[in-house]
Design a protein around this ligand. Sequence first.
Ligand SMILES: C=CC1=C(C)c2cc3[nH]c(cc4nc(cc5[nH]c(cc1n2)c(C)c5CCC(=O)O)C(CCC(=O)O)=C4C)c(C)c3C=C
Ligand code: FE2
Ligand code: FE2
Length: 387
Amino acid sequence: MGRVGVLLLNLGGPDKLEDVQPFLYNLFSDPEIIRLPFSWLQKPLAWFISTRRSKTSQENYRKIGGGSPLRQITEAQGEALREQLAQIGEEANIYVGMRYWHPYTEEAIAQIVNDGIDELVILPLYPQFSISTSGSSYRLLEKIWQENSKLQQVKYSVIASWYKQPGYLQAMAELIAQELDQLENPDEGHIFFSAHGVPKSYVEEAGDPYQQEIEECTYLIMQTLNRSNPHTLAYQSRVGPVEWLQPYTEEAIEELAQEGVNNLVVVPISFVSEHIETLEEIDIEYREIAEEAGITNFRRVPALNVHPVFIQALADLTVDALKSPSISFAQVNQMKKKVKIYPPERWEWGITTSAEIWNGRVAMLGFLALMIEILTGHGLFHAVGLL
Ligand SMILES: C=CC1=C(C)c2cc3[nH]c(cc4nc(cc5[nH]c(cc1n2)c(C)c5CCC(=O)O)C(CCC(=O)O)=C4C)c(C)c3C=C
Ligand SMILES: [Fe+2]
Ligand SMILES: [Fe+2]
C-alpha cells in the first residue's frame, strides 16, 4: 500500500486583526460567494467591499480575542484524526487546506506532492454540501489538478458531504442532550437549529442541495436525539441586499419569544468548529436579541471541535473512502446533480440582459453610489446592508 494522506478542507479565518481585510478580499473575490454578471468586476468589487466592511468585521473579531480560532481548531482536529487512524493501524498524513486564508489549499497540495502521497482522501469539514463552501473548494482543486501533472498520479477520493454519518449525528445529539439536561426542566427546552444561510437564488436558480441537506440533517439529529422537545430551523449570517434562505434567525427568535418560549437552546448546524458566527453572532448578537424579546434562558450548544465521537466519525469516513472506489471532482458534481459548478458557469442574474444594458447599469450604480456617499456620508453598500 502507498502513502496515505487526508486533506481537510475548510474556510479559513483571519489569525489577527490586520488579516481581516485581505481575508475578506479573498472571500469576495470568489465567484461562488458573490456572483456578478461580469468577471472583470469581481476583483474591484471585492476590494471595495472588503475595504469598506473590514472595520465592522474587525470589531467583531476583536470581541472574540482578535482573530479567528479556526486554524488552531482545525489543526487540532487533524492531529486527533491522525491519532485515531493510527490506533486502527492506518498511518496517514493529515493536511489542512483553507479556502481563503493560511494554510491555503495550494500550500497543502504542494506539501502533498512533496511528501509523495499516493492515495488522498479529500474530506471537507462541512457536513452539508453548498456551492459556496465545499463546491468552491472542489472547483479550486479541480483547477489545481489540471495544472499539475504530478497530481495526476495521486489516487484521490472526494467525500461530497457526510451529514448522515451515524457518529456525527450521535456526537451532535450528545452535545444537545447535555445542554438540555442543564435546564431546570429539560423537556421545556426549545431546540433552535441555526444554519449558516446562503442566498435563496443558490438553491432556487443554481440548484444548490444545501437547504435540502440542512433540513434532512436536522431531522436526523432529532431522530438520533429521540426526545420530544419542540424544534425550529432558521438561517443566520445574511450578508448583502438579496434575499437569503428563510426564516432568518433573528426573526425566528423574536417570534418564538412572542409565543412565550423562554428556554432556548441554540444549535449551530453548518459548521463543526467554533468560529466568529458562533462566538460573536450567536453568543453576543442573537443572545441580545433574545433577551430583549423576553427570553430569559438562552443557551448555546458548543461546536463539535475535537469531540471524540466526532473524531471517530471522521476516521470512519476516511476508512470508508479508502475502501470504496475513488470519486473524482467531476463525479461529485454528478452526484450533486442539480449543481452547475463544472464548468464554472455563471448563472444569469434575474432576467436575462445583454452586456450593454449591464454596463449601463453598473455605470449608473457607480454614479448613484457616489451621489449617496456625498449626500449622506454613507456608501450605497452601507445603505443596502452589505457593509
Ligand atoms: C457552511 C458554512 C458556511 C456557508 C454556507 C457560508 C456561505 C457564505 N458566507 C458568506 C460571507 C461571509 N462568510 C464569512 C465568514 C465565515 N463563513 C463561514 C461559513 C459559511 N459561509 C465561516 C465558518 C466563517 C468564519 C470564519 C472565521 O473567521 O471564523 C464572512 C466574514 C466574516 C464577516 O465579516 O462577517 C463573510 C463576509 C457568503 C456571502 C456566503 C454565501 C454565498
Ligand atoms: Fe460565510
Ligand atoms: Fe456574520
